[in-house]
Design a protein. Structure first.
Length: 272
């Protein structure tokens, strides 16, 4: 997807157009952003675009440069822009922490995310997107499920059809072994948006499995694979059902699915 962004020049009414399919090095962009005192929402947009293109180092450089700027107040932008900045950088560290295997490095990344989310709290604490980001962070930390639950509840009190909040509630219910309610949240999310990603069907499949309904679990896993042929969780779910069937042909197929799943994601705990 191509696109562009215009940075207005301080003097006069001219602009500098930045083409997304030909993004320069971040150092060049930073020079323009700082020289022209570009509004914060443009910093956010450009950082997002670098991230979307997989250029994480450039993303981090833009975010860090703004964060370390002693004259942040001179950049035009409202509270929402500033909150979006802190939340976006926090979400990046959460994502990196989630992939990190080293416990100390993971804790270090979580600490960075906490500081950024805490700063955003002081700007717009009850913004829906901020609360959702914070709530998912609490879930990933593992020991703050009740805090996450409260934040999802607050979002749902403002918008009963918030899919991220419904999926968050489903995750919490599943972890508490309340599979019936978890399934209800997944179903509501699916009714709200039938185009939900494969992971929603995957979650439903695990709920059906825990509730003893293997036929519906299989259908949910198969639908997840239709939506995403590389959905490792669905492959493993079907493989487990096949391995438990005691039928030689199904067992062979199950072993093949496990092997394929391992080939796609050898680090996934479900395939080990």
């Amino acid at each position: 997807m191509s696109g562009s962004l215009e940075i207005p020049l301080k003097e006069g009414e001219e602009v500098i157009e930045i083409l997304f399919d030909d993004l320069p090095e971040s150092s060049e962009i930073l020079q323009i952003l700082q020289q022209e005192k570009a509004p914060l929402h443009l910093w956010n947009k450009l950082a997002q675009e670098y991230f979307r293109q997989g250029r994480k180092e450039d993303f981090v450089k833009i975010m860090t440069t703004f964060l370390e700027n002693q004259n942040k107040d001179k950049y035009e932008g409202n509270d929402k822009d500033l909150m979006n900045f802190y939340d976006m950088f926090a979400a990046y560290f959460v994502q990196e922490a989630n992939k990190e295997k080293n416990r100390d490095k993971k804790r270090e990344l979580f600490t960075k995310a906490t500081l950024l989310y805490t700063t955003a709290d002081k700007i717009l604490m009850y913004d829906k997107n901020h609360l959702l980001g914070r709530a998912y962070f609490c879930l990933l930390e593992g020991d703050k499920m009740d805090q996450a639950d409260q934040q999802f509840n607050f979002v749902l009190s403002q918008n009963t059809s918030s899919i991220p909040a419904l999926l968050g509630k489903a995750c919490i219910a599943f972890n508490k072994k309340d599979y019936k309610n978890a399934l209800a949240y997944y179903k509501k999310a699916l009714r709200t948006n039938p185009g939900c990603p494969a992971n929603v069907r995957l979650g439903m499949g695990h709920c059906f499995l825990k509730l003893g309904n293997q036929d519906k679990a299989r259908l949910a896993f198969e639908r997840a694979l239709e939506l995403d042929p590389d959905c490792v969780g669905a492959m493993v779910g079907i493989a487990v059902l096949q391995l438990n069937s005691q039928e030689p042909e199904a067992i062979r197929d199950g072993v093949q699915k496990l092997s394929k799943a391992y080939g796609i994601d050898s680090q996934n705990p479900m395939v080990l």
